[in-house]
Design a protein around this ligand. Structure first.
Ligand SMILES: *Cc1c(COP(=O)(O)O)cnc(C)c1O
Length: 363
């Protein structure tokens, strides 16, 4: 029996979707490949609320995060970090030789609109990166408020890491004015890992013309141009198996579950998990900005001065065929994470939380 994953990616992939992975290969330059890729693109636009161009890349989400900051920074990037994944975006800039500054928040706190305004008012930056949902701290950033600030700076390209939230938490890309929104297949989309997705605006595309060394494989301009010229095909051979699975899963999300129902299910799972955490532990981050796709929980059981040994807890859960996430980066062992994204339901969450309660009773 497959182990039930409560980790923030990879998430549980349903049997139906797994079957798609075993379908025969087709030529990636065929009309059929174009048809699949066009349908994927149209459906992703619906889920991400955008008319922007959808670009796919056979890599994990990090590939397009690196591609975005490298392809679209002509002057200097302002990287807003609220944890491990914001820090990673800054490292990508630095290791590619892209001028960038990092603006960090205290762990467990969001990026504020004031921080963004203050940085952009210097006129030094032509690109901003923001993490929508920081998977290490469990924060969902106030992107609606940040969007108001971004409107004051129409020449700045706005990139958003929505890897662990898109398709689980509603993000209205066009309404917010996001230029490059990035996600991966293996989180709330509930697909196997292996492809990165982004929605890119015309404005971001135009900016790439001003950037000299964009690389090739992750150059967003190269990918965009190729899709245009070759009817939704890709510069190199894409992972066709995940394309098949994605095609089917997106149709499931839109036509069977319904996008709004999917968001409501995630919201309900988040509320359940937070309430449970309040009762037995403590929710780690600032409550005003809680993630809808995972809950980061302080490892001290309520009223106790000792911490749960997350490794031991997971060994206990493994006997019941479940696993949850340890804390990430600096928060390892100090917190643990229950992901509630993808195809999980409230009943799944009840199962894992009651197992954690059973574990606590053994102490
Ligand atoms: C998982 C994650 C990433 C990295 O995505 P990969 O697909 O593993 O490259 C980036 N940002 C956030 C917020 C994530 O949760």
């Amino acid at each position: 029996m497959a182990i039930k994953l409560f980790i923030p990616g990879p998430t549980v992939v349903t049997e139906d979707i797994l079957k798609e992975l075993s379908l025969p290969m087709i030529g990636h330059r065929t009309k059929k490949a174009s048809e699949i890729q066009k349908r994927i693109s149209d459906n992703l636009q619906k889920i991400l609320f955008t008319e922007n161009r959808i670009l796919l890349s056979t890599s994990s989400g990090s590939g397009l995060m690196e591609g975005a900051i490298r392809s679209c920074t002509a002057k200097r990037a302002a990287v807003f970090s609220i944890g491990a994944f914001g820090d990673k975006w800054f490292k990508m800039a630095k290791t590619n030789g892209i001028p960038a500054d990092k603006f960090s928040s205290v762990m467990g706190e969001p990026t504020t609109p004031e921080m963004v305004d203050e940085a952009l008012s210097t006129g030094k930056y032509d690109l901003v990166t923001v993490t929508h949902n920081e998977t290490s701290s469990g924060i969902q950033n106030p992107v609606e408020e940040i969007a108001e600030v971004m409107k004051k700076y129409p020449d700045v390209i706005w990139c958003v890491d929505a890897v662990s939230s898109a398709a689980g938490s509603k993000i209205e890309t066009d309404k917010l004015g996001i230029d490059v929104l990035i996600t991966s297949t293996q989180k709330a989309l509930a697909l196997p890992p292996g492809m990165a997705i982004c929605a890119m605006s015309k404005k971001a595309y135009e900016r790439t013309a001003e950037v000299e060394n964009r690389g090739l494989y992750f150059d967003l301009r190269t990918i965009w141009d190729f899709i245009d010229k070759k009817n939704y095909q890709y510069t190199s051979t894409p992972c066709l198996s995940i394309m098949y699975a994605m095609d089917k899963q997106l149709q499931h999300i839109i036509n069977e579950e319904g996008i709004e129902n999917r968001f409501a299910r995630h919201e309900a799972m988040a509320e359940y998990t937070r309430a449970w955490a309040d009762e037995h532990f403590r929710v780690y981050p600032n409550r005003k900005y809680l993630s809808k796709t995972l809950t980061v929980i302080d490892s001290h059981p309520k009223g106790k001065d000792w911490m749960v040994d997350v490794k031991e807890l997971n060994a206990f859960l493994a006997e019941r065929n479940m696993t949850l996430g340890n804390g990430y980066g600096d928060l390892k062992d100090k917190t643990f994470r229950i992901a509630h994204m993808g195809e999980l339901t409230i009943d799944d969450l009840k199962e894992v939380t009651s197992a954690v309660e059973d574990y606590l009773k053994t102490k």
